[in-house]
Write a protein that binds this ligand. Sequence first.
Ligand code: PA5
Length: 447
Amino acid sequence: MEQIQLDISRVYDFISAEEIKKLSKETKAAQDTLYQGDGQGNDYLGWLHLPSEITAQQIENIEKAVAGLKEKTEILVVVGIGGSYLGARAVNDALSHNFSHLKKGQKAPHMIFAGQNIGEDYMYELLELLEEQSYSIVVISKSGTTTEPALAFRILKNHLEEKVGKEEARDRIIAVTDSSKGALRQLAEEESYRSYIIPDNVGGRFSVFTPVGLIPLAICGVDIRELVSGALEMSKRCDSSIPFEENPAAVYAATRNALYRSGKKIELLVNYQNKLHYVSEWWKQLYGESEGKEGLGIFPAAVDNSSDLHSMGQYIQEGERILFETVVSVEQTDHHVSVPGDPANLDQLNYLKGKNIDHVNKMAELGTILAHLDGGVPNIRISIPALNAHWLGQLLYFFENACGISGYMLGINPFNQPGVEAYKKNMFALLEKPGFEEETAKIKSRL
Ligand code: PA5
């Protein structure tokens, strides 16, 4: 049976299979803490069983609810930051045509983003673009108070209302937020927007299988049934009843912790399919925000190969030996392009005549893995059969589950993000936000 494969055999030159096996008890304890719900942050475990709790009826309701909007929308602007946008972006980018923004005859709405940065030129150019297009907005914020998306939404809401009128704008705006708290909830109620709830017990970066991911993805034509069914299948493979050796999430969590303890402080997520770039961005948030605390945590970084072999490749091969790699490899491409023969052979590529481009890509992958192993970089390899909603659902759930286990192995709370508040406090003080007078005085004395 086809499935996602986890191969850790290429770390054995650095840590033995026995050493990893020795961690199985500790891994199981962390996994039990997760499944029994008696660890730190246990009020944020709603994601763990989410795939089995989503009913076919709920999915149908979402599909029906967004059908009208899908019809009349050319561009869907997803307004959110962090966990409130990266899941949708990861899945949408992975499944979209590489040139969908330029391709004629594209039926599904294009997904674009706002509120994930505060660039003034970005906003100006976005408004310029939206002037010419028929657009709708999904605004997502669990807290309902995050500055970046709130600012973007205020501007976009004004723009849309001016462009199509208040009534039509109301029909084109969907809010995804907390059931009762936060400014966005209040705004959604007062403006009578259609709204969906982010469950209290699911944190932003674990929310891709809630309306946070499902609503924008459904509008843009992603098969959310397959996405959720993939997550469900993987949740069975990762269940705490599955023995260590057969449990990919447990083995991945144990292996990366063993590498970390041996001095490998940075994990590079590596892809050879550019469409996976935002899966890596999503993964970086998941692991960075979950594990980086109390002076601990593997630093999650990512490269897109083979482009980055010509920029980061030198460091990975010969720089400080604090790295390990996790390669996400896609077995089957959707399309085939083979190398044509050329009688003149001036580019000396005739030795590749008749080979598919993906064959060259796979040899680049294998050659790089072996070179990096020689250079002291251990390798974990995750292979997914193909890039579709089902396997992406499996992959994302696998990473979530392993993150919960891995965080508990580190001894930290994987489900909070206290460090994110520090910059906000300074920004509010500098912006002289009411209520921050004391901080404003303090920060001014530092300038
Ligand atoms: O994972 C998290 O909790 C965060 O990254 C949040 O998703 C992010 O800060 C956005 O928060 P909110 O959805 O409350 O606007």
